[in-house]
Design a protein around this ligand. Structure first.
Ligand code: ATP
Length: 368
């Protein structure tokens, strides 16, 4: 059985166009060439689109009825957050000017003006690897690259590619690149890239993974077809675990490190993740940001969300929400976040992080 991998169904197609369209349904029915159906992903700023075969509707796809368990992961989920937003570089905090420039040269310049590179005999089809500790925005950066350059976006993990039989894995890989070429300009985002190495090492008694990896490497280099307008962005927390054959020049020419934010970076992330919230004037964001040192941007986002939830609790609106199914008049509540909301949230996040560290430690102890 050929297990349809996530990638074949997942697109972030030009969100700018989608936003201009009043409803997504119009988008789907008005353009037969665009078969994207929406799905609001975990990131509230994301705009993800799920591809269905012609004639499918988002809810009543025969596919969804007959699909296997693994396929059902790829089914579209209705979500009203679909039209909310799209990731731009402006949403990403803490990126240094140098890093941003490096990212833009590797992507924007080579995608929009390949001719300047060919003029000096440089192949513009450059792929990049983003390296950072967890939660530093690699996925967001890839999404922003796709969005700002109006590219389609296909997101996969190495495990998505692996079929039960080598023929299926091969089909998955060639389908991935075929689709990307057809949808060019297109970004293929390979998350957890170190998994590709595992692909080679796992099951060493079989040639399955080696064959698959070699095919993938060839596709990355465009040997089996023209990769014009296709860029591969890999992401990893463990560059040391990524096979040398994968990360060598010619396959991934740019290796861009996204460090944990420094003091100024934390402040920038803090301001960006809270930019749509009302915060009491008494709270000095710069001063508060000094308490965020050592937290990843994902933790700063979690802290800010926790503070916003504290505000909902304190204002009484949460209690009201539990009491009634009737619409709630937001104007009756003061939804301004206070310093105390953030202080409490900081404590909660610190406690959670300690718990995580504690759990990790206890699991290590168990392992020994
Ligand atoms: P992982 O290595 O675990 O896959 P990642 O580096 O890909 O993580 P993201 O998934 O992009 O990190 O980030 C998780 C969430 O953290 C984002 O959805 C966003 O809300 C927030 N976030 C991460 N980095 C930033 C940033 N630089 N600025 C603002 N928000 C950020």
């Amino acid at each position: 059985m050929l297990i349809t991998p996530n990638y074949s169904n997942t697109y972030c197609f030009n969100p700018k166009k989608a936003v201009q369209t009043v409803t997504y349904k119009k988008e789907v029915t008005s353009s037969p060439s665009q078969k994207q159906i929406f799905f609001g992903a975990d990131n509230s700023l994301d705009m993800w689109f799920w591809w269905l075969p012609s004639g499918s509707s988002s809810r009543s796809s025969s596919r969804s009825e007959s699909s296997s368990k693994s396929e059902s992961r790829t089914m579209p989920i209705m979500d009203k957050s679909v039209m909310r937003n799209k990731v731009t570089f402006d949403d990403i905090g803490g990126l240094s000017k140098k890093t941003l420039e490096e990212i833009k040269i590797a992507t924007q310049a080579t995608l929009i003006h390949p001719e300047i590179f060919t003029a000096v005999d440089v192949n513009p089809e450059k792929n990049i690897i983003l390296v950072s500790p967890p939660g530093c925005g690699k996925t967001m950066i890839a999404q922003a690259i796709a969005n700002e350059n109006q590219c389609n976006f296909i997101s996969i993990k190495p495990s998505d590619l692996r079929g039960e039989f080598i023929s299926n894995t091969e089909k998955n890989i060639s389908k991935l690149f075929k689709e990307a070429r057809e949808k060019a300009p297109c970004i293929i985002f390979i998350d957890e890239m170190e998994g590709l190495t595992a692909m080679r090492k796992a099951n060493s008694t079989s040639n399955h993974d080696n064959i698959a990896l070699n095919q993938l490497l060839m596709e990355i280099q465009g040997i089996n077809g023209n990769n014009k307008g296709v860029r591969i962005i890999g992401a990893t927390n463990r560059l040391d675990m990524v096979d040398d054959a994968i990360k060598r020049d010619g396959r991934f020419d740019y290796i861009i490190e996204i460090p944990m934010p420094d003091k100024k970076g934390c402040e920038d992330v803090f301001k960006k993740v809270n930019k749509r919230r009302t915060i009491e004037e008494g709270l000095d964001l710069s001063k508060f940001s000094t308490k965020l040192s050592g937290l990843s941007p994902a933790s700063i986002k979690a802290l800010s969300d926790e503070a916003a939830t504290n505000c909902l609790r304190r204002s009484g609106i949460l209690e009201k929400a539990l009491q009634t199914n009737d619409p709630i008049n937001l104007k009756d509540y003061n939804l301004t976040l206070t310093k105390l909301d953030f202080e409490k949230a900081l404590k909660t996040v610190e406690e959670r992080n300690n718990l995580r560290k504690g759990n990790a430690a206890s699991q290590t102890n168990l392992a020994h």
